[in-house]
Design a protein around this ligand. Structure first.
Ligand SMILES: *Cc1c(COP(=O)(O)O)cnc(C)c1O
Length: 362
């Protein structure tokens, strides 16, 4: 047993709420008195069916999702959505518009190009994705298949603080790393998707929220498993769903409701991220890596003045129980992922550690 609390700043899979972990543990071997575990239960049983139904209902309640939208639990990660989006939603001859704000959109654009013409409305490559630019500068095509963005760039640490209004053109968002971190008006989106392992639960399930009229767009040549309509028609039970991961996502949704919902969690996320950015900005050792206006409240990226200090910082932080602070392998530096489930004390502990490290090394 660790004799000090461990705070997990990993980007994903990531920290989950302690009460959720404890409830899952308590129910693991004997699920709610049925005599066996949920991981052993048939997905077509009276044990699992209420679990998926409640998870969906709680997600709808939290995000204010109307009946115009289907809520799906899929597999293949957020990365499969990079391909499923154009496969299902590209209208031949109508270009797909993408904002390129980092590695995840770069990957999504690559897949979209397999299916048709991609128009990049913003490209942050030349500024190494340190900013996401101005949404107002995008040249939106009223005849596009769809407009696509990534709401929070997990690797670079930028986040949209406002979304474009795209009118009749569906807006698609990869919200893998900031879903349910703040209220969002779902009715402005054609589709939202998120791999669960950042802000929603364990790896293994991807949440897809899609406006039902878009289900009909899919060409007949797309294989059954890759069609949103297949999963919408069968309530995510066309084949065996990732039952245990869905259960955990459901527990997280209930925890969020108990926290006061998305407005309450947003206020806490602002408090946590402001505390950390304030520490960075008031220091001469730590340097934020992104444009201040575009800073993410989920993934706080920074560097130290030298590589040696960076190495020492991560090593000493790890020894102090502050784990997962190394930046993504593609960009280096440091990153503190402070998702919904990261308690305020975790950020306070990190800030104290950072100040002390600066006193000792400044
Ligand atoms: C992690 C992440 C992905 C990739 O998720 P997988 O489930 O590993 O495919 C995609 N988009 C964003 C924004 C992410 O943070």
């Amino acid at each position: 047993m660790a004799n000090q609390p461990v705070y997990n700043f990993n980007a994903g899979p990531a920290v989950l709420p302690k009460p959720v972990m404890e409830q899952a543990q308590a129910e693991f071997v004997d699920f709610r008195g049925c005599g066996y575990g949920l991981a052993e239960a048939s997905h077509r049983s009276s044990v699992f069916e209420p679990v998926i139904a409640e998870a969906e209902a709680d997600i709808r309640k939290l995000m204010g999702i109307s009946d115009d939208y289907a809520v799906l639990f899929l597999q293949g990660g957020a990365s499969l959505q990079f391909a499923m989006v154009p496969m299902n939603l590209y209208v031949p001859g109508k270009k797909m518009q993408y904002a390129n704000t980092g590695s995840w959109t770069t990957g999504a654009i690559k897949e979209a190009k397999l299916f048709g013409e991609v128009d990049v409305v913003y490209d942050g490559k030349d500024v190494n994705f340190t900013t996401i630019g101005e949404v107002a500068d995008w040249e939106l095509d009223p005849d596009a298949s769809y407009v696509y963005l990534c709401s929070n760039n997990t690797i670079f640490g930028t986040e949209y603080h406002e979304f474009p209004l795209t009118g009749d053109v569906p807006l698609i968002a990869d919200m893998s790393s900031d879903i349910m971190s703040r209220p969002v008006d779902v009715s402005n989106f054609g589709m939202i998707f998120a791999g669960a392992q950042k802000n929603l639960g364990p790896a293994g399930v991807t949440l897809v929220i899609i406006r039902k009229d878009l289900l009909a767009r899919c060409p007949a040549t797309v294989p059954t498993m890759l069609r949103y309509s297949t999963h919408a028609d069968k309530g995510s039970m066309f084949n065996t769903p990732p039952c245990f991961a869905i259960y955990m996502v459901g527990l997280v949704a209930k925890w969020l409701i108990a926290q006061g919902g998305l407005e309450a969690i947003e206020a806490r996320n602002s408090e946590k991220s402001e505390m950390l950015y304030e520490c960075i900005d008031s220091s001469r050792l730590y340097v934020g890596t992104t444009a201040a206006a575009d800073r993410s409240r989920m993934n706080v990226t920074f560097r130290l003045t030298t590589d040696e200090l960076e190495g020492a910082f991560i090593k000493q932080a790890t020894a102090a129980g502050l784990i997962g602070l190394k930046g993504h392998r593609s960009v280096g530096g440091c990153r503190a992922s402070i998702y919904n489930a990261m308690p305020l004390e975790g950020v306070e502990t990190l800030v104290s550690f950072m100040r002390e490290f600066e006193r000792n090394n400044g």
